[in-house]
Every structure is written in structure tokens, then in C-alpha cells.
Design a protein around this ligand. Structure first.
Ligand SMILES: *Cc1c(COP(=O)(O)O)cnc(C)c1O
Length: 403
């Protein structure tokens, strides 16, 4: 008991360096608080016992003392501390999935009669929540061009409560001008929320760019191994208080075992991200040279919308990008994706390579998709890059043969 309490009072963070590779090895753990055991064990908890009436009645505005499994445990506090340190935020809040993190953050700012601005290229299920739930509760949801930048000032209304961005955008990778948008928003006291799942806390730091809230589908790179869904939200102090309260009111919770997996993923995150970046760039450059390819939608490529912003605001790229092939009939797409040996076909992403035909026309309204080709989203996993390129080469040959 005593050991646990020390941990809770003094969150362990060896954040004497801001280098994510070093920070992530230490963040959120203090072995001396756990009998010298290196990792914070998975705390499985519903009931947490109080030692006396004073403790039961104690007031803890910081939510650091575990009172009940759903409110916080040493596992959730450790993971939240680690991600908050990585993002340079005040505190974090866990949620049961990436989507739950998006919806909880939005609910913290939603009110009947309020207005919400959403980048047109956010993750489809995030849009669905805005369209089907927030509108039913009386929120006006307006989608805007992801490349709107400082012109967002013209969209702000007295009743605008928040702006939801996702940079780069889902499927099509538009890099957004977070500093310009945050300046316009903060002039009016409006919060800026950024889904930064693609960057995984490594490639960009939205809070440093002016955002108030950063949202992660930890399911992707943090967990990293396709074996849990977890979400996490990091905020400034003011944003955190609002979001923590909303998460409690909504009943957000993540079990100790899933938090353990997310925490373990963080230890290797920086090394994995470097490899994902390198392999994705090798594949993207190879694809660019193929005559079946019309365009590569990857922020590191000059023809990706917002490439200059990416150069200014990001320190690198991840493993996820999209290739626009010259228009293909369905049978040719099937010949490509059905015969892959290394690339699996499925949603989300982690250590393995994935291939997924996508169509942004279905999930945008403010800026109709003008591309004429066939879009294939790729995730470069941790396999050998040459093996992956060979797999794609065979796939493109199958595709051509099936035309
Ligand atoms: C996957 C994803 C989510 C949702 O995460 P889940 O854990 O699957 O709910 C949210 N935002 C982005 C950008 C994602 O890629």
C-alpha cells in the first residue's frame, strides 16, 4: 500500500530529456515503487479499498488517488503520464478505443446550440459520430476544407465551441496548418482538437503547434501489435479537466491488461517509427517510378497537399500512406489485393504491412474528392523493405494481367 501511494503522489517521469526515444524508455514507471520490477504490472481493478473514513471522504481534484477501477488505477495513471510526457501536455485521459477518445473529447465541448468545425478529411467514424449523435443533440456540425488554414477565421461564429482536425487527413493525407488555425481559434476562445494518430507522438507535437487537445488511437502505433484497442487524449490543464470530467461522466475505462500492452508498446515506439518511416519511404519512392501509379499521397512528397506545412511542422513521417493508381476495374484491384503474400488486408495498423482499397468520395462533403484513379492505402510494417516491394511488384503485375 505504501509503495503504491508513493507512486501516486510522485508520478515517475525521467523527463530530463525531450528526446522521445529516451523519454519513452522511462516515462510512466518507477521500478522502486514496484519491488524493483521494471514494468508497471497490469492492475486489474474494480473495487479499491479505503483504509479509513478520512480516505474515503478525501477530495482529490487531481484524480491521482485510485478510488474505483473506472476512475483511475496505477495502470491508467502510468500510461496517461507517459503519453502526456511524450506530447508535452499537462495530463492525459484514457478511453476504450481511438474512436471513444475522439467522441469523449468532442462531448467535452458539445452543447445544444453550439457550432463545431470539422476538417473534411477526418476519420470516417469520427464524422459519423458528429453527423448522427452530435447533430441529434443540437450541435451544428460544419465541415471545412482541410487546407483552410488562417481562413478558418471566416467560419468562426459566436457559438463555435471547438475545431476538430486530423493532420494528416485520413486516406488522403492533407497536412493542416495547426498554428494558423489555433491562432484564429484562440482569438475567440475556441478549442482546437487534433487527432494525431498518424504521428504517434513522434512525427509532430500538436500541443506545441498550438492545439489544446491531442487525440490518439493508441490501438495503432502505441499498442503497435494489433492486440488491443485503446484511446488516449492529452490536453492543456484546462482541456484536461474538462475531458477528465466528461470521461468519468461517460464511463470511459480501459482494463489493466490492455493498458499494459499499450505501455509495453510505448517502450519500442521510437525505434518502430523510424523503421516504419524508412520502409514506407522506400516503398513510396519505388511506387512513384511505376507506370501504373498516378500519384503518391504521402506528406513527404511535394505533390501532397500541405507538404510545405509538413516540412515546417513535422519531424518525420510514419508508415501509412496512399497510392493513387491509374483507374482500375474492380477485377484488377481484386487481383492485386487478393494475392498478396506479405501485405494483409484489414483495418487499423501496427507491426505488419497492410493493404486496403479506399474511396474518400464516401466520407467528405466540403471538398469533393477530385482524384480520378484507384486509391490503395498501404501500411509499411516491420518486414524487410525489399520483400515488401517484391510483393507489391508481383501484385501490380497480377493487376495488369487482369485488366
Ligand atoms: C483508427 C483510428 C481511430 C479509431 O481508433 P479505434 O481504436 O479503432 O477506435 C481514430 N482516428 C484515427 C485517425 C484512426 O486511424
Amino acid at each position: 500500500m505504501v509503495a503504491i501511494l508513493t507512486y501516486l503522489i510522485a508520478p515517475s517521469m525521467s523527463d530530463d530529456t525531450k528526446n522521445p526515444a529516451t523519454l519513452l524508455v522511462h516515462a510512466g514507471r518507477n521500478p522502486l515503487d514496484n519491488y524493483g520490477v521494471v514494468n508497471v504490472p497490469p492492475y486489474r481493478a474494480s473495487t479499491i479499498l479505503f483504509s479509513c473514513l478520512d480516505e474515503l471522504e478525501g477530495y482529490d481534484p487531481e484524480h491521482r488517488a485510485p478510488r474505483y477501477g473506472r476512475r483511475s488505477t496505477p495502470s491508467s495513471l502510468a500510461f496517461e503520464d507517459a503519453v502526456a510526457a511524450l506530447e508535452g501536455g499537462d495530463r492525459a485521459v484514457v478511453a476504450s478505443s481511438g474512436l471513444a477518445a475522439v467522441t469523449t473529447a468532442l462531448m467535452a465541448y458539445a452543447e445544444a446550440g453550439g457550432h463545431l468545425l470539422v476538417a473534411d478529411t477526418v476519420y470516417g467514424p469520427s464524422r459519423d459520430f458528429c453527423d448522427k449523435v452530435l447533430t441529434r443533440l443540437g450541435v451544428t456540425v460544419e465541415y471545412v476544407d482541410a487546407m483552410i488554414g488562417a481562413d478558418i477565421a471566416h467560419k468562426l461564429r459566436p457559438e463555435t465551441k471547438a475545431i476538430l482536425l486530423e493532420s494528416p487527413g485520413s486516406l488522403t493525407f492533407e497536412v493542416q496548418d495547426i498554428p494558423a488555425i489555433a491562432r484564429a481559434a484562440h482569438d475567440k476562445g475556441i478549442a482546437v482538437l487534433v487527432d494525431s494518430t498518424w504521428s504517434a507522438g513522434i512525427c509532430s507535437k500538436p500541443l506545441e503547434l498550438g492545439a489544446d487537445v491531442v487525440i490518439h488511437a493508441a490501438t495503432k502505433y502505441f499498442v503497435g501489435h494489433a492486440d488491443a484497442t485503446v484511446g488516449v487524449i492529452v490536453g492543456t490543464r484546462e482541456a484536461w479537466q474538462r475531458i477528465k470530467n466528461t470521461a468519468l461522466q461517460l464511463g470511459q475505462n480501459v482494463g489493466g491488461d490492455d493498458l499494459y500492452l499499450a505501455m509495453r508498446g510505448l517502450r519500442t515506439l521510437a525505434a518502430r517509427m523510424a523503421r516504419h518511416q524508412e520502409t514506407a519511404l522506400a516503398i513510396a519512392h519505388w511506387l512513384k517510378g511505376r507506370d501504373e501509379v498516378q500519384r503518391v499521397l504521402h506528406p513527404a512528397f511535394a505533390d501532397c497537399p500541405g507538404h510545405d506545412i509538413w516540412k515546417r511542422d513535422f519531424t518525420g513521417s510514419s508508415g501509412l500512406f496512399t497510392v493513387e493508381l491509374k483507374k482500375q476495374p474492380r477485377a484488377a484491384v481484386a487481383a492485386l489485393v487478393d494475392g498478396m503474400e506479405q501485405f494483409g488486408m484489414g483495418f487499423s495498423w501496427g507491426f505488419e504491412s497492410l493493404i486496403l482499397p479506399t474511396d474518400p468520395r464516401k466520407i467528405r462533403t466540403a471538398t469533393p474528392w477530385s482524384g480520378t484513379g484507384t486509391l490503395i492505402r498501404l501500411h509499411a510494417g516491420l518486414e524487410d523493405a525489399d520483400d515488401l516491394i517484391r510483393d507489391l511488384e508481383k501484385g501490380l503485375n497480377r493487376m495488369k494481367a487482369a485488366q
